[in-house]
Ligand binder design. Structure first.
Ligand SMILES: [Zn+2]
Ligand SMILES: [Zn+2]
Ligand SMILES: [Zn+2]
Length: 332
């Protein structure tokens, strides 16, 4: 799936005592977001759809709406075996080295991601070492080795709790959809087995609760961007960009730089004042049936955007069948 069409959903309002710059109320219009420049957007919220981003004034196509660094970055779920420092693929036996500290796979002892904020930090290395996580890695079983990577980003989120409490709070204020996800056994039990049990039962990091780890899994599923350049495939969560709502005809596109994963979101069309700033969490080249299925199964909501509501998909007939008698028949 293209990383440029994959994202998250923030949904219901969460009334917390957080340090988030945004508060949730019936209608909450914030004009002074504490970014490093005057933002082109404001955040609004309603009980029905939660927080979302709208254009503060008219935004011209091509304008940069957001540019920001991630809160956390790391391997994708279901990805290949990769260096936990720089994320280079390490599927070939000859490519794998063990980190001298924790024993996890790295590309070389000179890996450029070792000790880096968005790579394998010294703190992470010491946590992974102290809990003997390296002892549980099956180097001869690539499938099992891959599953271990599911826990790396959740662990990085948990580490933020002590190294950057404000970033951790920003993360925890995001939507996790725990109540919905608890009722989807394949989602909840998969996380229980591959992440929660690993961190708490196998690595014995018992200072964290199962609920907390499940919440982090949900936050990542709902809010993470799939990012990376030149064959590197990672996921990252950003402090502001997650507030963009979904539309199957989005009015922005985004890219990330390959070095520090800075995300740049640009307007892909003119966006009028007060209009939602959107991106698509689904493949825009897939038809309505596929997009809606993806959104429901992975982002936990039904899309009723203009495109989803129109059997012709705004005149594109992307889902249409060709009938020998009647010609093109739109389906939805
Ligand atoms: Zn590396
Ligand atoms: Zn290490
Ligand atoms: Zn839609």
């Amino acid at each position: 799936m293209s990383r440029h069409h994959r994202k998250r959903k923030s949904d219901k309002i969460r009334c917390t005592k957080s340090k988030s710059p945004f508060t949730s109320s019936e209608i909450d219009d914030i004009n002074s977001y504490d970014g490093d420049r005057d933002p082109l957007f404001v955040i609004r919220a309603t009980p029905a759809i939660g927080r979302y981003m709208v254009a503060k004034n008219d935004i011209k196509a091509g304008s940069i709406v957001i540019r920001e660094n991630p809160l956390v970055v790391g391997p994708c779920v279901g990805g290949r075996v990769q260096c936990i420092g720089c994320y280079k693929g390490l599927e070939k036996e000859s490519q794998k080295f063990k980190c001298m500290g924790c024993g996890w796979p790295i590309c070389s002892i000179k890996c450029t991601g070792q000790g880096m904020a968005y790579g394998h930090t010294e703190m992470e290395c010491s946590v992974l070492k102290e809990c003997h996580s390296g002892d549980f890695l099956s180097w001869n079983d690539i499938g099992d080795l891959r599953i271990n990577y599911h826990s790396i980003v959740p662990l990085r989120c948990l580490i933020l709790k002590s190294t950057d409490p404000s970033a951790y709070q920003t993360l925890m204020d995001m939507e996790s959809h725990n109540e919905i996800r608890k009722n989807i056994p394949e989602v909840w039990l998969r996380n229980q087995k591959t992440v929660v049990d690993k961190i708490i039962k196998q690595w014995k990091l018992t200072e964290h609760t199962e609920e907390e780890v499940h919440t982090i899994c949900g936050i990542l599923e709902v809010n993470a961007f799939e990012i990376g350049q030149q064959g590197i495939n990672v996921r990252g969560v950003y402090p502001t960009a997650f507030l963009m709502s979904h539309d199957c005809v989005p009015n922005t596109n985004h890219s990330d730089d390959g070095t520090n994963f800075t995300l740049t979101v640009r307007a892909s069309m003119d966006i009028p004042e007060n209009h939602p700033i959107t991106l698509s969490y689904a493949y825009t080249l897939q038809n309505t049936l596929k997009r809606r299925e993806h959104l429901l199964e992975n982002k936990f909501f039904d899309c009723y955007c203009k495109r989803c509501s129109d059997p012709t998909e705004l005149g594109t007939y992307l889902s249409a069948l060709i009938c020998p008698k009647s010609g093109v028949v739109p389906i939805n």
